[in-house]
Design a protein around this ligand. Structure first.
Ligand code: HEC
Ligand code: HEC
Ligand code: HEC
Ligand code: HEC
Ligand code: HEC
Ligand code: HEC
Ligand code: HEC
Length: 350
């Protein structure tokens, strides 16, 4: 039988008679695909009480009896990343036998019965493992994640209401970290509004190709699953710590230095306009980045918003860049310009 022999070998953890049956199920399934004639052939074999030659049931050389080397669950432990307990064949760490349930009787050897029967004799019936039991099982070993979830200031509904398997495959994966699909596709699966936003706003903040630059999937010490602090206020006294998220990638000098050269493009001559808006504005307190910037994507350049907020009002904002600077009109003020080479004298006041 050559290669066929290997294909048709089954786990010898089951009694040989079962293996024969398995062979028959397998052949049957082929039969369904090819022709009904196959069924007849099988039933003849059965009625003759003939099994399959012992050699066709043997393991291939070096193959150990287990759930994954048999034809039944062979695909569960293959892939770029295989979960260590699966690799170790520890299926029963997670899958618990349902004592009350009876495995389907395979003693009935009629072809009709065999067609329906899924489990070989001796195979326990396992309880389905779904949320929330699945989460509890995962957290048994992953106590670090359990801690994280318990402490998260903004728990991710995906973790606490859908469960680990919304994002992770418990057995194996082609992605790192056992992810079902890669980020950001994984996130778009539930956050379709974010996917639409990114499609419709072509100027994207470069890190949005990997949401994990800013968000922690399991939650953490900051609101909105943020990796670092980013204030939820629009107007506040300046404190570098309030913008820790931004400064984990950007040099804080773009805000903190009053006089600049290359640190920021938002300068009028050497006067740092970031410093002016964020640190110096005394009347209302300094501004947060998001008063001017979108965080994920914008229609126009530099992630500048088309609308901003002041108190409870949403107000239009018109930003127009040019080669050496730009200008902005908003309810905050009439058109004010900045130019990096030839500093602009704007009229005083609003
Ligand atoms: C780390 C825990 C864990 C281990 C170890 C594990 N499983 Fe699973 N298994 C699960 C979870 C959770 C589900 C439910 C998956 C879902 O809902 O998406 C599942 C589902 C299944 C299913 C039904 C759905 C499917 O994916 O085909 C089979 C069959 C299965 N497991 C077989 C096995 C076998 C065989 C082993 C041992 C080689 C094993 N499992 C080891 C957690 C585990
Ligand atoms: C919203 C999707 C999502 C859910 C739900 C989720 N995870 Fe994750 N998990 C991720 C992503 C994305 C990573 C990769 C993080 C990285 O690379 O920085 C990850 C990483 C991990 C890691 C690797 C170690 C680490 O912290 O990077 C473990 C372990 C883990 N998750 C376990 C769990 C467990 C247990 C649950 C359920 C309690 C769970 N995850 C629920 C998305 C999720
Ligand atoms: C019997 C213990 C055990 C159970 C139960 C368990 N894991 Fe794991 N898991 C491990 C070990 C060991 C590793 C490898 C070391 C590590 O990364 O912590 C691992 C690694 C992981 C990783 C990281 C893989 C990578 O590529 O770095 C993820 C994600 C993960 N497990 C998710 C889960 C999920 C989801 C469940 C529940 C369905 C679960 N684990 C249940 C023991 C377990
Ligand atoms: C299984 C569905 C699901 C997946 C997958 C998922 N999320 Fe969520 N996420 C939710 C739900 C539900 C909420 C709560 C409702 C909302 O704000 O949309 C939420 C909320 C959030 C929030 C706001 C949290 C807050 O406190 O306001 C962020 C940020 C977030 N998800 C990021 C991500 C990222 C990043 C990924 C990919 C790694 C991801 N999500 C994957 C379902 C999911
Ligand atoms: C540069 C950092 C950064 C990256 C990268 C990022 N986010 Fe966000 N995200 C934020 C911040 C900051 C907020 C809080 C919004 C605020 O302060 O107004 C947020 C809020 C959210 C929210 C809550 C709803 C909302 O719009 O306010 C969701 C959902 C979300 N992000 C999903 C994602 C997804 C999905 C990705 C990847 C495609 C992603 N984010 C990439 C910084 C980021
Ligand atoms: C994970 C890293 C990362 C984080 C966190 C991050 N950024 Fe960025 N950001 C980048 C990169 C990379 C660029 C492109 C190179 C550059 O302009 O510095 C960029 C560019 C920008 C730009 C210019 C966009 C353009 O179209 O030219 C703005 C504005 C910006 N970021 C604002 C922010 C704000 C506000 C925060 C905090 C909420 C933040 N960034 C957090 C990585 C990050
Ligand atoms: C008053 C509006 C305003 C506020 C508030 C603001 N920015 Fe900007 N930002 C701009 C403008 C306008 C540009 C475009 C400068 C140019 O290239 O002409 C810019 C450019 C940037 C850039 C691109 C690199 C550079 O400096 O030219 C980054 C990064 C950036 N801002 C980050 C931030 C961060 C982080 C915050 C909050 C701590 C912030 N911005 C607050 C208006 C603002």
């Amino acid at each position: 039988m050559g290669d066929k022999q290997n294909e048709l070998s089954f786990g010898n953890s089951y009694p040989p008679s079962v293996s024969k049956l398995q062979f028959i199920f397998f052949t049957l399934s082929l039969g369904w695909r090819s022709s009904g004639v196959m069924l007849k052939v099988i039933s003849v074999i059965l009625s003759m009480g003939l099994g399959v030659g012992a050699s066709s049931l043997a393991f291939a050389a070096g193959e150990k009896p287990s759930c994954t080397t048999s034809k039944c669950h062979g695909s569960i432990a293959v892939g770029k990343v295989v979960h260590p307990p699966v690799k170790g064949g520890e299926c029963e760490t997670c899958h618990v036998a349902d004592e009350g349930a009876k495995p389907e009787k395979s003693a009935d050897k009629s072809p009709e019965k065999s067609k329906k029967s899924k489990l070989p004799t001796g195979h326990a019936v396992f309880k389905p493992l779904s949320f929330p039991q699945a989460n509890e099982t995962c957290l048994m070993c992953h106590d670090g994640i359990a801690e994280t979830i318990k402490k998260a200031v903004s728990p991710h509904s995906a973790v606490v209401d859908s469960g680990c398997t919304a994002c992770h495959d418990p057995h194996h994966s082609a992605q790192g970290k056992l992810l079902k699909v890669e980020v950001p596709k994984l996130c778009f699966g539930c956050h379709d509004a974010m996917e639409t936003l990114l499609k419709e706003n072509e100027n994207q903040h470069p890190p949005v190709t990997d949401c994990l630059g800013c968000h922690q999937p399991h939650g953490g010490a900051n609101r909105t699953l943020l990796k670092e602090k980013f204030t939820d206020k629009n107007y506040l006294p300046f404190d570098e710590k309030e913008f820790a998220l931004c400064f984990s990638c950007h040099d804080a000098a773009l805000i903190t230095k009053e006089t600049v050269s290359e640190e920021t493009g938002f300068r009028n001559g050497k006067r740092n306009m970031h410093f002016f808006h964020i640190r110096q504005a005394k009347k209302w307190g300094g501004r947060s980045c998001r008063v001017c910037h979108e965080l994920h994507a914008s229609k126009g350049p530099k992630l500048i918003r088309t609308k901003t907020v002041y108190r409870e009002f949403e107000i239009p904002m018109k930003y127009e860049p040019n080669t050496n600077g730009g200008g902005c009109t908003a309810a905050c003020h009439t058109l004010k310009k900045y130019d990096r080479l030839k500093p602009v004298e704007n009229k005083k006041g609003r």
